[in-house]
Design a protein around this ligand. Sequence first.
Ligand SMILES: [Zn+2]
Length: 388
Amino acid sequence: MKCLRCHNTDPTFFYKDHGSWYCRKCISFSRLDAGLHLQKHVYRSRKVSVRPKMKFAYTKAQKQIVQQILDGLRQKKDLFVYAATGAGKTEITYEAICMYLAEGKKVGFAISRRQVVLEITERLRQAFPSLSVVPVTKGYTDVIDGDIIVCTMHQLYRYPSTFDLLIYDEVDAFPFAGNEVLKQISLQSCKGQRLYLSATPDEENFKEIEKGSMKMVCLFERPHQHPLIVPQVSKGSWIAQIVWILFYCRQWVKDKKQILVFVPRKKDAERIAHLLTLLVRVKPIHSDTLDKDEIMEQFHHKELDVLVCTTLLERGITVPSVQVLVYHADHSVFTTASLIQIFGRVGRSFQDPEGRGICLCQTASDSIRGCIRQLQWMNRSARSAASR
Ligand SMILES: [Zn+2]
């Protein structure tokens, strides 16, 4: 017996009901009887020739990567793009998207987190105003077809063998990383080429690349050509860390900067935000926050100075001129990859390519040291690529 959605063959996951066997491993995506094919919905496709509207032209380094991606895809290869945070990962997929749409092929963008689905949708809409860019995630499931579909990994179950080009953003992130069912569903949804994007590939990604099943291309230079921000480490007790947070937030708000304070736990977010209300306009945000979209909107419109957040906001969020503090950075939730993502929020805009990032901790953990080492290495790689 085999489930044709999640490819499970383990008999302990099959149950019999009304005379037929069905798979329990992927039951959260609706019941599917063993051996049965997924019901195929036909998604429309049309030939459209479009050019992306870009705020800035590609840099020399980006042009080279774009060319490597197009060459790889023409050879029907899957690709892995290892790009620094803020290097323009989304933008470098635009040419590939245009190439597929011009041939009347189906393009999808799959992302781990809902928040990022909405952000990427907005950016794609600005780049392709004449196309219908459709977000498919919780709260957005009435319309599920368009010229470009942007969805969470979970929503890919709606699209069995649909995509000719499937772009995966942040493949190393929860819940996709290490989730066999989601991985199988994503593989089934793509009948053409896969383009993986990440700033922090994990061991499994590197293994796939070494096996030769996909080709890797690297981009560590940000478009403004300033180096990535390497965080400063400030060691002290938790009380000292709180005092620093109050001090820096007040100082930076005076300098007209916005601030993200990352904390390990939801209750830290609530408490620190409460303390900060005495000084600045602030809100906490974490997975239990009900009005996440409204809070993000307020922050983007500069109606808030500070967001105190959990790792919920570590990826995909782009705010110009943001400074970053991490409270209790030696806590185990902050892995090297998550710290790289967190400090990657700083210095992303052309107007303000510099910025501050501070790791507050009692001791510098392996994760903190790993983050600093990798950022320095990416900066060196970008410099040597530029001088070539
Ligand atoms: Zn299954």
